[in-house]
Design a protein around this ligand. Structure first.
Ligand code: S3P
Length: 171
C-alpha cells in the first residue's frame, strides 16, 4: 500500500477522516503535528509562540524527509501548511479534503470543543487573515492533489470511504 497524505485547510476534518480510514482499513495513521509536538514536547501553539513559525516550518521539513525515507503503508494527516514541503509528492498519494472557507469555520464553531479547536490554531486567531490564507492556498492545494474530496455536508465516515475507494487506483 502506498502512503496516503491528507492535505487541506485547518479545521477541514483531516484528523476525523484519518480516524475513520484506519477503522475501515489496514492503514496505520500518523499526524505531522502530533509528531512535531512529541519531538518538541510542547504544543504547536507553544512552538509558534516561543520559537516562531519559521522554526515550525523547519520541523515540518524534517518530518517530511523522514516520511519520505522511512514510512510505508501509512495514512498521514498533515498540518494545513505541510503541503508546501518540496518532497511531498514522493511521500505518497495526495488527497485534498476540500470545503469552502465559511463552511470550515462553521464546522469548527459548532463543534462541542469549538473554543479549544480555535485556540490551538494560531493562524485562525484573525479570521480575515485566515480567509486570505485560504484564498492563497486553495489553488495550490488543488494543483498538488491527486484526488480531491469535497467534504462539505459529508460525515467523516462517508469521506473516509470515498478516500479508500479513490486511492485504489493509485495503489
Ligand atoms: C497550520 C495548520 C495547523 C498546524 C499549524 C499551522 C497551517 O494544523 O500545523 O497551526 O499553516 O495551516 P491543522 O491543519 O491540523 O489545523
Amino acid at each position: 500500500m502506498k502512503n496516503i497524505i491528507l492535505i487541506g485547510f485547518m479545521g477541514v476534518g483531516k484528523g476525523s477522516v484519518a480516524r475513520e480510514v484506519i477503522k475501515h482499513s489496514d492503514y496505520i495513521a500518523i499526524d505531522t503535528d502530533d509528531l512535531i509536538e512529541s519531538m518538541e514536547n510542547k504544543t504547536i501553539k507553544k512552538v509558534f509562540a516561543q520559537d516562531g513559525e519559521e522554526y515550525f516550518r523547519a520541523l515540518e521539513k524534517k518530518v517530511s524527509l523522514w516520511l519520505e525515507n522511512s514510512v510505508e503503508n501509512t495514512l498521514i494527516s498533515t498540518g494545513g501548511g505541510f503541503y508546501k514541503q518540496k518532497n511531498i509528492k514522493n511521500i505518497g498519494t495526495i488527497v485534498l479534503l476540500d470545503s469552502p472557507f465559511d463552511k470550515i469555520i462553521k464546522r469548527i464553531k459548532t463543534h462541542p470543543n469549538a473554543a479549544k479547536k480555535l485556540k490551538k490554531r494560531p493562524l485562525l486567531a484573525d479570521l480575515k487573515k485566515a480567509q486570505e490564507l485560504y484564498d492563497e492556498r486553495l489553488p495550490e492545494y488543488k494543483a498538488l492533489a491527486d484526488i480531491v474530496i469535497d467534504v462539505t455536508s459529508k460525515s467523516a465516515l462517508e469521506c473516509a470511504k470515498e478516500v479508500l475507494k479513490k486511492v485504489k487506483k493509485y495503489a
